[in-house]
Write a protein that binds this ligand. Structure first.
Ligand code: NAP
Length: 302
């Protein structure tokens, strides 16, 4: 099968980890990796890789010319992965559309069709722009969705807290914290159909670096949750997480669904593949593997 040619815009933590993953893909080929400075660690890394293995990277253009490189090389790709910042995405998305490219947006903006591959890959593939929301949304939304499937309108409130290592959050992630909260909450509202929710992100500077973990809880109103309802919830969640693990292998439940009075709590952990940063940075993997799954699905259907 012929691979779909892609461009990655943004050469920071997310962009660089994504590039390593795309080089393993049977369906995607990256032809352009564009940032704004050759001092960027991602561009430095791939300049060195290219010198070591010219054959493997022969089609990969490395550029520090930002969005101008996308315009100049637009005949070389059909899909753009935007790994910059929400502000920059807002500035550029009209241009991406003018270039008539499929867009997979990894910045937390409100543009595009929200995509959580385990829940809606098929329907969002129809949209020209897919929005991967945030790392916290990729881990909490499947749990929140399952809560709403079992307890329906009895779900009164959902709160999710993700903790990631400070080292894995680049400057753009830090600039985007308000957008992260807004877009993660928007995704929970949409997928779980719950009006009241709260998303929290904790950048933990501890050393040794900590793994990505997400705790999601729901307040269930009305009649007391029965044992059989809890068991149905556990069963459905297990099957959704096992589907999610097909594209994010290091994701798992680490605290089984627990009921404390009317509060149902689930805790997950994501261990990364160690493609760019070491395995503690599962936050890069959970969104990048989701983005690769969305790109590969598009390639297979094209
Ligand atoms: N890190 C995470 O855990 C995570 C998870 C999910 C989603 N995200 C989202 O992914 C995006 C990137 O996050 P990150 O942690 O990878 O941040 P980052 O390391 O700061 O990466 C952002 C990249 O964009 C580049 N950039 C900034 N302005 C540019 C311009 N005008 N033209 C071209 N390139 C430009 C930066 O260049 P320089 O290298 O020269 O600064 C940097 O390489 C953010 O929107 C974030 O919210 C992050």
């Amino acid at each position: 099968m012929k691979k779909i040619r892609v461009a990655i815009f943004g050469t920071g933590n997310i962009g660089t980890d994504l590039l390593v993953k795309i080089f393993r893909s049977k369906y995607l080929e990256c032809n352009l990796f564009s940032g704004r400075s050759f001092l960027s660690l991602g561009l430095k890394k791939f300049r060195a890789e290219k010198l070591k293995n010219k054959r493997k990277y022969r089609n990969l253009i490395l550029s520090d010319k930002g969005v101008n490189a996308l315009v100049k090389n637009s005949n070389n790709f059909d899909l753009i992965f935007d790994c910059t910042s929400a502000k920059l995405h807002k500035k550029n998305f009209k241009l991406f559309r003018k270039l008539k490219k499929k867009i997979i947006n990894l910045t937390p903006t409100d543009d595009g069709y929200m995509c959580i591959p385990v829940l809606n890959l098929e329907e969002c593939n129809k949209s020209i722009e897919l929005n991967m929301v945030s790392c916290g949304a990729q881990s909490s939304v499947p749990v929140a969705f399952t809560m709403s499937k079992i307890f329906k309108k009895r779900v009164q409130y959902i709160e999710t807290t993700s903790t990631i290592s400070s080292k894995s959050a680049g400057p753009a992630t830090r600039l985007n914290l308000d957008e992260y909260i807004y877009s993660t909450q928007r995704a929970i509202n949409y997928f779980a159909r719950v009006n009241k929710c709260k998303a929290i992100l904790n950048l933990n500077p501890a050393f040794p670096h900590i793994n990505m973990e997400t705790t999601t809880y729901a307040k269930i109103k009305g009649k007391k949750v029965s044992k059989s309802e809890l068991n149905r919830f556990k069963k459905l969640l297990k099957s959704i997480i096992s589907k999610l693990r097909k594209y994010v292998r290091g994701h798992k439940i680490i605290v089984e669904p627990t009921l404390i009075d009317d509060v149902l709590v689930v805790k997950t952990k994501t261990i990364g593949a160690g493609d760019y940063l070491p395995s503690y940075a599962g936050n890069l993997d959970i969104i990048n593997c989701a983005a690769v799954a969305a790109g590969e699905y598009y390639a297979k259907k094209k």
